[in-house]
Write a protein of this length. Sequence first.
Lengths: 313, 307
Amino acid sequence: MLKLIQNEWMKLWSKKGTWVMTGLLAVFIVGMFGLTKWIETKKDSSEQDWKVSVQEELAYTKEQLAMPTLATNERKRLEGNEKVYEHQLANSIEPLDSNSRERMIMDSAGIGSVVVLLVVIVAAGIVASEFSQGTIKMLLSRPVKRWKILTSKYVTVILFGVVLMLVGFGVSIISAYVIFQSGSGQELVWNGKEVVEVSVWGRGLYILLLSFANVFVTATFAFMIGSVFRSSSMAIGLSLFSYFMGNTVVMLLSKYEVVKYIVFTHMDLTMYESNFRIVEDITMPFSLAVLAVYLIMFLLISYTTFMKRDITA
Amino acid sequence: MGNKPVVELKNLSKTIGKKKIVDNLNLALYPGQITGFLGPNGAGKTTTIRMMVGLMEPSSGDVIIDGISLADDFEGGLSKVGVIVENPEMYKYMSGYKNLVHFARMHEAVTKERIDEVVHQVGMQNRIHEKVSTYSLGMRQRLGLAQALLHRPKFLILDEPTNGLDPAGIREFRMHLRDIAEKEGVSVFVSSHMLSEIELMCDRIAVIQNGKLIDIREMSGMQESHYYIEALPRDATEALLKEEGFTAESHQNGFIINAEKEQIPALIQQFTLQKQQIFAVQPYRKTLEDEFLEMTGGGQIAEAHTK
């Protein structure tokens, strides 16, 4: 099996397109950082005192907490925020500057959304291209069972996703150090018992991991379409379409119970950290369970069609 | 030929929809022998071959390779087989060498040395590290042969192997095959509709039509000597030939008879005695094409869909 994965990995990186994609990812991240910096320099620096803005936030949070209709999750979150604001004012700890090096490293969710686009292209093509090039005949007339070949391809896609995420994270760390100054403040969080400082690296990696769920599911979907319909353009089209339309569908259905069981509702796990959720009463374990069910379904479809297919091309 | 067969097809059938593409095919292939697989377009050649290499699942029946049934042990059976299915499509964006490494990894125990050996065997050592997209068709065919030989198969299947090769290429390819069959005792199975090719290459031919095997014969049987005789008047000629005990088969303006060289002078004397006008007496070689058209009834496209 290792040899098969080695094969797929070799084929993947023998294509120029793979290198171009990886390059694009780096360029995109550096570009985004540069743009952020440029916008910052254009803004006039007549900044408000941080204490005033934290006080405003605190007042607003209290106001919200006073509402009786608040959901339990939401109440917990706001209470945590309240504790953090109070701690900041009491100990006069400045919150972390939004354009600081630390902040840029922590906000790693953007990497995932670029990586999705690139991984989908590979996932869609890895089976379909064997058919379109005619090499599938050479590949499947070997003393290797088909499920092994498909597994090696799937593992390669996921591995490629992981590598791109790490490359993206690496590039963003480097450009954060080159472009941005270290911020003077601290990022604080309520851990249930006390207010603690957030570890920049830990937080960055955690967000990266959460956004990888999206890459994982979308890539698996593209992989399924690619291996069922043997057309990579169709797989890329459908996957990106559903990726972009996902939120709209969730919005439309948000009033109904069924929305909780739609894959799109759960694809962006970073929602549990960014505190903006379209559907309120779902939890992380529930999301993971729903995603797992969809993943298994996608893979089941890919495997059954791939293993039964007669190669006539 | 007293050997054990390397490959046996047992009641192999493939039905797609209601169409029987391959119908109850039984065939045995022996080591060191090159067997040609002939049939008009649409007769089921490619389908049969694809069932033998695991690209298609037989509807019923089995393929047994070196005693191992493909249905029971796919990996064990196929590890003895080398395949070139139509044009060997390679990964064009990689070098020939990387392609070979790729396929070598899919077999057990193919060493680096073996790869180099095969590269030399097909004479590709000078260009093997260049990208496949820069290769000519002939070189791609050689690379295709190389990948099929990597794991020292006991059985080599070739589907239309000489498609698109120039005459020199075809000749070279033929030599390679002969070599492999004779020196390594490999059983070779070649499908083609290029009859002259098969004639030159094979020891034995199997003919398929409408999914059924209609004939298997040794090529040595083709060497029987025939003569073409043209003499007037025609009726008297025919009568005379019958009298002498030949079966006369009408061909163009004369007849073809089955005769040994030694019988010919006596026959000519007979003709002159009877004052017949002799225009031609010449050795006649029945080509495979003639036989093939005879067997398949004109060789029109198989009427599989009417069955």
